[in-house]
Design a protein around this ligand. Structure first.
Ligand code: ADP
Ligand code: MG
Length: 794
């Protein structure tokens, strides 16, 4: 956002207020309530609407009610958070006023950025292995391993001024020690700390070894929770640091790093104290000068120093803004480069527009297209007749009619003498697509073939032969379709369903199977993708949305009920079944492993079949079953041989049994909201009214709020936004599996603003310098990023 002159002034004044408040110890000496009221009234008639809204959001981000009730440390955090947001909007680097200094450099010239971490003090071969497991090989990698939070140890107080029950730092001289053993198994070590205005008692339980470090007369800083007992100050189990130690933590914002295995914070910090101050100043700048200047970012060097060892909250906020931007920018440049590569690939297949008329296709079907389907079909035609291959993402809620749109695309290609392939992530889903497409397309004269891991060898060979001989026009299947030994004759169109379960690599492989190696690609997903994610994960795809349901779908009544009501719920399900309907019962999610989940599903099935519904036939479906067995159970359920199907989430995608009208999700609080929404899409597919019951003993407000939200929301996009807010993007989209590098700093739930800047800047850069000839450091950063991504995938 470009700020007006007036807007900039507004923010600078606001920042000044916050800084004063911070400097004066967060005592509300500025009367923030009054300031906020005034500021807010300024905003009521703000001339630029968008700006006014942003500023209001900024004011809101310092929740005053909370601030006034909070203790000092929490107040500092709140101010810092707001400073962080403010810096983001202001987009300049403020003069930071030093509150603590960076630690002094200690490494000699022998150490370079590309030096192996094993040469640092404290790193033996075992620890070097551990570091290498998390992608840290060189000192530069180490510096790039960023903290995810900081402990505020900047608050230096005395025995008189120390606030009660807060973590504080007190400086003093160590006095007399004592050891007591009031009962067996309990040893208490005490030591008096002589501060400038009184004595504080330091106490440790069962840590006798601490005595060795408590040398009388030594000047130290103690960090811990402060209490007052009988008017005497006391700290329990404080950390004691030598005042002469240049690397002491007292007085700093102390970084807390992600660690694994037997790696301790203290140990990793000691490496950072060695490497960061010595080598961060040598790190090269990947961002183009125009970005640094226009966006007012600090250099990467400075940002890294500040992020590891913040000097001020505002400095930290600025460092964060810069580093988050950089992650987003690298991604956007990469997306831009990919897009460019594709645009350079010319379309080799020529399609004729008059053979791809949506109306003609739908006249062959028993129903008319929805408005959304017509629109998207036209978008596809325009892709297919453009100069570059199609690369489109089709989003639509379960049941919105994506498969039919995919069928249109396939029909269009096949009409003109080509082959098409549709690939699904699971056997069940592939099989269902196959059945449905066969029903739709075989009457139209299209020859279909099915290929999956469970197809018998002989049959497989035959299908492969037919594909190569073009005796099959449309191949439907799973991963089996992209095995090296599968050949097509004239494959020009590839549809990938539920794309997020496929990796980027697999997409590339599929692409290479194409006729003249350049097929048109349509990706379908029922997972609604919030805008931020669409810009990142799918940045290189065009997006279509099917935002209209085919007529005649029954609304699904959703509700959240407590576990204690399960008897009533079972009764209601029984009534429904007695009316001739069928029911799904979804087992609790078990995260440990598929095997454990299968066991628990089997037990659940037994309980339901024997105790709850002994009079009905109850089927079981879980991920550990053989594909053929799964298919058989599904078929039996479809035919109505089972009234109840107990299942894990393998049922999630694409299963279609119109007569199933009830779904009970047990322990619903364990599932993500989007997952619940997907599950729920299994019912409401026929002529009868349907219900979905989310059952849980939702402990805590958060869980309850989530379940109430999903029960109320019926639109997939709304669910997705809610889910993203609650869970964060990594979990939400299974990004880890798709080989998508996780951000260390950027937060897609909050950084839409930065993301848009990064996208605009990346485009501007590539327009000027499409091969990055003038930006070697940036190019190198992209290469490293790709390497790291590859490391994560394999
Ligand atoms: P999705 O793949 O998005 O879940 P499908 O393409 O499987 O949706 O369609 C769901 C159901 O709706 C199918 O039974 C399909 O035949 C039917 N359907 C699709 N489009 C229409 C339409 N325009 N009018 C009526 N029924 C439709
Ligand atoms: Mg479908």
């Amino acid at each position: 956002m470009k700020l007006s002159e007036q807007g900039r002034k507004f923010l600078l004044e606001l920042r000044e207020t916050l800084r004063d408040e911070y400097r004066e110890g967060c005592r509300n000496s500025q009367d923030l309530e009054e300031v906020w009221r005034l500021r807010h009234s300024d905003l009521l008639q703000w001339p630029i609407k968008e700006e006014g809204q942003t500023f209001k959001a900024l004011l809101r981000s310092l929740d005053l009610g909370k601030y006034l009730k909070a203790n000092k440390q929490a107040r500092r955090r709140l101010i810092t958070e707001t400073g962080l947001q403010l810096g983001r909007v202001l987009g300049d680097a403020p003069a930071t006023q030093a509150e603590s200094a960076y630690p002094p450099p200690v490494l000699g010239d022998r150490y370079q950025l590309d030096t192996d971490v094993k040469y640092l003090k404290g790193v033996g071969p075992k620890m070097a292995d551990l570091l290498s497991n998390i992608g840290i090989h060189t000192l530069e990698d180490l510096i790039g391993h960023l903290p995810f939070r900081w402990e505020d140890r900047t608050q230096l107080v005395t025995s008189q001024t120390a606030p009660e029950d807060e973590f504080v730092v007190i400086k003093g001289l160590l006095g007399k020690t004592g050891v007591r053993s009031p009962r067996k198994g309990l040893t208490i070590v005490t030591c008096s700390l002589h501060t400038e205005d009184g004595i504080v008692e330091l106490v440790w339980f069962n840590q006798k070894w601490i005595l060795n470090s408590l040398k009388k007369g030594k000047e130290v800083y103690c960090y811990g929770k402060f209490e007052r007992k009988y008017r005497k100050g006391q700290m329990n189990s404080p950390e004691v640091e030598d005042a002469a130690d240049e690397h002491r933590l007292a007085g700093r914002w102390v970084p807390v790093y992600p660690v694994t295995g037997r790696m301790s914070q203290k140990w990793l910090r000691s490496l950072m104290f060695q490497a960061v101050p010595s080598l961060a100043p040598r790190i090269k700048e990947p961002l183009p000068p125009f970005v640094l200047k226009n966006r007012g970012f600090m250099t990467r060097r400075k940002a890294l120093l500040e992020y590891h060892f913040p000097t001020t909250p505002v400095g930290l906020a600025e460092a964060r803004r810069r580093l988050a931007y950089e992650e987003l920018f690298l991604l956007q440049v990469e997306i831009g480069l990919q897009r460019r590569t594709r645009e350079l690939e010319p379309r080799l297949t020529v399609y004729e527009t008059d053979k791809m008329v949506p109306e003609r296709f739908f006249s062959l079907l028993p129903f008319a297209p929805t408005g959304a389907q017509s629109r998207v079909c036209k978008e596809i035609v325009s892709d297919l007749t453009s100069g570059t291959p199609m690369n489109r993402l089709l989003q639509g809620d379960v049941g919105s009619g994506k498969t039919v749109v995919a069928a249109f695309a396939a029909w269009s290609a096949i009409q003109q003498g080509y082959q098409a392939a549709i690939m699904a992530p699971t056997e069940i889903l592939a099989e269902q697509h196959y059945q449905k497409l066969k029903e739709l397309l075989e009457p139209v004269g299209i020859r279909l073939g099915f290929l999956s891991g469970s197809v018998k060898k002989k049959q497989k060979l035959e299908v492969k032969r037919q594909l190569a001989a073009q005796e099959i026009d449309l191949a439907v299947g799973t991963h089996a379709l992209i095995q090296p030994d599968v050949e097509f004759n004239r494959l020009t169109l590839v549809v990938v369903d539920e794309q997020h379960k496929f990796g980027v690599m697999q997409r590339t492989v599929l692409r290479q199977k194409g006729y003249k190696h350049n097929p048109d690609l349509l990706v379908m997903t029922a997972t609604p993708i919030p805008r931020t994610l669409a810009l990142t994960v799918h940045g290189e795809l065009e997006v279509s949305r099917l935002d209209e349901m085919p007529p005649g779908r029954q609304p699904i009544h959703s509700e959240y009920v407590r576990f204690s009501k399960r008897k009533r719920v079972y009764e209601e399900i029984r009534e429904e079944i007695n009316k001739g309907r069928q029911a799904y019962i979804i087992c609790p999610l078990v995260e440990d492993s598929e095997a454990v989940e299968a066991t628990s599903a089997t037990e659940e099935h037994k309980a339901i079949a024997e105790k709850v519904f002994p009079e009905f036939s109850v089927g079981l479906l879980h991920g550990r079953m053989k594909a053929a067995d799964k298919e058989q159970v599904m078929e039996e359920f479809r035919k109505g041989e089972h009234q109840v199907l107990v299942s894990t989430t393998v049922i999630e995608v694409g299963v279609d049994v119109p007569n199933a009208t009830v779904m009970l999700v047990q322990d619903a609080n364990r599932f993500g909201l989007s997952q619940l929404h997907q599950l729920r899409g299994r019912v409401g597919r026929g002529e009868h009214a349907s219900r979905c019951i989310f059952m849980a003993d939702a402990k805590g407000q958060e869980s309850r709020r989530r379940l109430e939200a999903i029960a109320k929301l019926s639109d997939g996009f709304e669910v997705a936004e809610e889910d993203l807010q609650i869970r964060g993007p990594g979990d939400y989209y299974g990004l880890r599996q798709s080989g998508f590098p996780e951000f260390q700093v950027a937060d897609l739930t909050r950084d839409l603003f930065l993301l848009e800047q990064a996208q605009a800047d990346a485009r501007a850069l590539l327009a000027e310098d499409p091969d990055l000839k003038e930006h070697p450091v940036l190019k190198e950063s992209l290469r490293l990023r790709a390497e790291r991504t590859a490391e994560l995938v394999h």
